[in-house]
Design a protein around this ligand. Structure first.
Ligand code: PMP
Length: 427
């Protein structure tokens, strides 16, 4: 079994390898099956874990006796906020429970910043000549799409295993007053799986910024989505920012989209008490209150924070074998070949695959021909532009195991085939 690095092979050896790969590729295409590892969606088996919620809530009143079927309670049920305040490591009076999507909350915050400005803004952001955000890459495609839609410019910094490259962030934030904020997925980042260390978080919380109203949009979507028994703890960004004298710098987001049901969960926002009030004031013009029936359903289903932890263990039992399978197939087929690197994340929903520069879009196109949908190359970069055409995001959660194995075999075939094409073209 020849598993030498591809760059060490002669042109003849590469040609003969490519012939076998082309046959495997054609055979997969001929099967006519369609496979999809594009989006980080929970599988049906994961959604089933929460099916007891279909007959909840039993009660129509919350702890304080309020009828949850009626209007009101814009900040969300206190008993649900208590559970998630513990899990997210924030004070309950700094945490809001809202509707089913944290992404919608992020959009609301950005629109409010543009239209009204923050409590520490000299003027609404739309009145600035230009607004720029720092975007760690690779990152979450919807973060970038949201900024693009709102006309906010993007400047990239590299992600490192410890979080965003903090020297690069600090340099950009200090030098340009149009730089008003940044994205971070602090724990098990989409897609690199990196977790922002306490050191990186404290520098971000304390760094000098040219804009007086710099915002860290701290999207902790995967805070409790551990794939191992070591439960990584997120840095406490709100306390760090507040003790550094920048209490309004960070806005935290989270949701139960990958805890209960992706389409019918509960989203959360946390920030300084004043900034939470700012958010609620604007929200209150467009809402008389959240879906408290769904919030109570979640309270009754979980009971307490330990109930959530136990539930996440059951997700891990489903997900950990899938991530192990991705690693097994990629290691078996690509290990030692010097054409790809990938990570084995300790949590979250993605595997980050880097292939030979200038081959990622070719890999995605080859996969398509074989019936496998991959996230478009470049999707994890602003404007869909990966300057090296090297990054591919794999989302292994949704397909059943047999399909996942077939999908990863196909990925490996396409990565190797694209690499042989590139290496023979060079010679
Ligand atoms: N943030 C990140 C980093 C995500 O990966 C996702 C889901 N793919 C979301 C937010 C979406 O969250 P929600 O369902 O709460 O809108």
């Amino acid at each position: 079994n020849d598993a030498r690095p591809l760059p060490d092979l002669s042109v003849e050896e590469l040609d003969s390898l490519a012939t076998g790969l082309r046959d495997a590729h054609a055979a997969q295409a001929a099967k006519g099956v369609t496979l999809d590892v594009t989006r980080g969606k929970p599988s049906a088996a994961q959604l089933d874990l929460a099916d007891a919620m279909l007959s909840l809530p039993r009660s129509t009143t919350d702890r304080s006796g309020t009828d949850v079927r009626n209007y009101g309670g814009l900040d969300g049920l206190a008993e649900l906020r208590e559970i998630f305040a513990e899990l997210l490591g924030v004070d309950v009076d700094q945490l809001i429970a809202g509707g089913n999507s944290s992404l919608t909350m992020m959009r609301d915050v950005l629109v409010d910043l543009l239209f009204f400005g923050a409590i520490d803004s000299p003027r609404p952001w739309v009145q600035e000549e230009k607004v720029t955000f720092i975007c760690p890459v690779p990152g979450y495609d919807r973060h970038f799409g949201l900024l693009e839609d709102l006309g906010i410019e993007m400047v990239t910094v590299p992600m490192t295993p410890d979080g965003p490259d903090v020297d690069a962030v600090a340099r950009i934030a200090a030098s340009d007053p149009s730089v008003k904020g940044m994205w971070i997925v602090p724990t098990y980042a989409n897609p690199t799986g990196a977790t922002c260390t306490q050191e990186v978080a404290s520098r971000l919380a304390a760094m000098e910024t040219a804009a007086p109203d710099f915002k860290i949009l701290w999207d902790n979507a995967y805070a409790i989505h551990h794939l191992t028994e070591a439960e990584t703890k997120s840095a406490d960004i709100l306390s760090l920012a507040s003790s550094a004298g920048n209490p309004h710098r960070a806005v935290m987001f989270a949701s139960t989209s990958k805890v209960t049901w992706a389409g019918a969960g509960v989203a959360f926002l946390a920030s300084s008490p004043q900034q939470v009030t700012w958010y609620l004031t604007h929200l209150g013009k467009g809402s008389i209150g959240p879906d408290k029936v769904n919030q109570l359903r979640h309270v009754e289903f979980f009971g307490d924070a330990d109930g959530v932890r136990a539930h996440m263990d059951r997700h891990r039992e489903i997900l950990a074998p899938k991530f192990a399978e991705v690693d097994r197939v990629l290691a078996e087929r690509l290990g030692g070949r010097a054409v790809a690197t990938w990570n084995a994340p300790a949590g979250g929903y993605f595997v980050n695959l880097d292939v030979l520069p200038s081959t990622a879009s070719r890999v995605v196109a080859l996969a398509k021909e074989a019936g496998l949908s991959l996230t478009p190359a470049g999707a994890s970069f602003p404007y869909g532009d990966d300057p090296d055409d090297t990054n591919i995001r794999l989302a292994p959660t949704m397909p059943p195991m047999e399909e996942l194995t077939e999908a990863m075999e196909t990925v490996a075939t396409c990565v190797l085939l694209a690499a042989t094409e590139k290496l023979t073209a060079r010679d």
